[in-house]
Design a protein around this ligand. Structure first.
Ligand code: AMP
Ligand code: ZN
Length: 481
């Protein structure tokens, strides 16, 4: 498989430390609010990546943290702890907020067919791990204590900006407008590993440490949790593109300073989902959540399909119109699959040929839009329906669009719609109840015979049974209201 690596800025052949095994880490959600569908774009694309690696034969150990402490409103160690902000907003405890939004996150994931990672670890579970790492960094003088907090010393690194070729000034944290500069820092990029002198006296969760009572910084969480569950060599680290700096940059700095060897080879960053107004937000404009999609009558899987149609490295604009177009295309695809019959044998040679093409296209930097096109190619192929159904079911192990189930449901809906005809050609299409068909036809015959009283009586009888009739060109359709 070839995957773009944001650490080297190149598409590279995917390699792992242990052949056949992928140690994979994903930055999990900060559970202070519902995830927006932008957050979920990242998790959908990472889910496809994980499933594709498994489909390609790898054994994958996927680890995800749940950020329930330490992520401040600015990613650069400034502002208030987001969890505390959530707790104040809802007048609940931080732990109540964490539990509620962790459950909500996984409920959203389930609706989007995002598999739960093998290991899910809340940040507050691993305080000893962070203290252990920070202690070693202080002992080896890679970190220092100032003003009560522990800071990582970035001046001792050979290279700090791993992911970008950005202008250092643009990235200089702590000197952004509206952000007060932390005068404890020796260098502008130094970041907090452990807070004791929090500016916020009401910080809810605090633990004892060699540097006083306090709480961990956000970046150290991911290092601690990954080292605990993935070991010293990580193969693949994922996150949204905003995580690249400073979060992932800081993770690399502290992990490699602690380990004394390179840590993670391959970095996978998902570009943002934006709205027409720009950045997606949880507090401004329409708060786009999975629940909102459902309230508006959308199937969450249609949103997954919408995401798969674009490449993960391209920013994607969400509008309701774009989603409607995706839904129409998705329904058409399902309707086409519904016309396939469980007939004939699977033609193995053709199956293998199409599967190889799918592997090659998805293996080219996870080209999901080509993966989706592969389904249309299968539908056009010169082969048995059994082969087509087998291929679609196979590709759907990775795409997770419930294509076979949805097509079966569509087929059942269509077969329930049976048609009946009178001798004069009047066609009645309904939900498969011959007694109702007969009444609809009798009403037509009464009208034809100009027996309007009888026609009205039958109409009232149908109405009383909750049947709605719509006249068509050559007859009528009916359904239960
Ligand atoms: P958070 O809950 O803020 O820690 O974010 C969870 C994940 O969503 C992280 O991997 C972010 O990089 C990612 N993310 C945040 N905003 C967006 C967006 N608009 N589009 C795609 N991913 C995003
Ligand atoms: Zn992280």
């Amino acid at each position: 498989m070839y995957l773009y690596n944001s650490a080297t800025h190149k598409k590279e052949e995917f390699q792992t430390h242990t052949p056949g095994r992928v140690e994979m880490y994903t930055c999990g959600p900060t559970v202070y609010h519902f995830a927006h569908i932008g957050n979920l774009r990242s998790y959908i694309m990472e889910d496809v990546l994980e499933k594709f690696l498994r489909y390609s034969g790898y054994d994958v150990n996927r680890v995800m943290n749940i950020t329930d402490v330490g992520h401040l409103t600015s990613d650069a160690d400034e502002g208030e702890d987001k969890m505390l902000k959530g707790a104040k907003r809802e007048n609940k405890t931080v732990m109540d907020i964490a539990k509620f939004y962790t459950d909500a996150f996984f409920a959203d994931c389930a609706k989007l067919n995002i598999k739960t990672p093998d290991v899910v670890e809340p940040a507050t579970n691993c305080i000893d791990n962070y203290i252990n790492i920070v202690s070693r960094l202080v002992e080896t003088e890679r970190a220092y204590v100032a003003g009560g907090n522990v800071y990582f010393d970035t001046s001792k690194l050979d290279r700090y900006y791993v992911f970008n070729d950005h202008n250092e000034e643009d990235l200089a944290v702590g000197v952004r407008e509206g952000v007060e500069e932390d005068t404890n820092k020796r260098n502008k990029n130094d970041f907090v590993l452990w807070f004791t002198k929090s500016k916020f006296e009401d910080q809810a969760l605090k633990w004892d440490s060699p540097w006083g009572v306090g709480y961990p910084g956000w970046h150290i969480e991911c290092t601690g949790i990954s080292l605990k569950h993935n070991g010293e060599y990580l193969d693949l680290h994922c996150g949204g593109v905003d995580n690249a700096f400073p979060h992932h940059t800081n993770e690399i700095a502290q992990s490699e300073a602690f380990l004394g060897h390179p840590w993670c080879k391959q970095w996978f960053h998902v570009a943002h989902l934006n709205t027409n107004d720009g950045k997606m937000s949880k507090s401004k404009g329409e708060f786009l959540t999975v629940s909102l999609l459902e309230e508006k009558g959308y199937d969450p899987i249609a949103y997954r399909w919408f995401c798969l149609q674009s490449h993960y490295r391209k920013a994607l604009v969400f509008t309701w119109e774009n989603l409607d177009n995706a839904v129409a295309a998705f329904n058409k695809l399902v309707a086409r699959i519904a016309t396939l019959k469980e007939e004939g044998e699977v033609e193995q040679e053709i199956f293998d040929q199409y599967k190889a093409k799918f592997l090659q296209q998805m293996g080219n930097d996870l080209n999901t839009s080509m993966g989706v096109t592969a389904i249309f190619d299968v539908l056009k192929a010169q082969t048995t329906d059994a082969t087509k159904l087998a291929l679609i079911a196979d590709f759907d192990k990775v795409l997770s669009l419930n294509l076979i189930e949805k097509a079966a449901a569509k087929r059942a809906e269509l077969s329930a719609q049976q048609t009946a005809k009178t001798e004069s050609g009047y066609t009645v299409t309904g939900e498969g109840d011959p007694a109702i068909d007969a009444l609809v036809m009798a009403r037509y015959e009464a009208k034809r015979a100009k027996n309007f009283a009888e026609a009205d009586r039958i109409r009232d009888e149908l109405k009383a049974q909750g049947i709605e009739i719509v006249d068509t060109k050559d007859g009528a359709t009916w359904k239960r209201a």
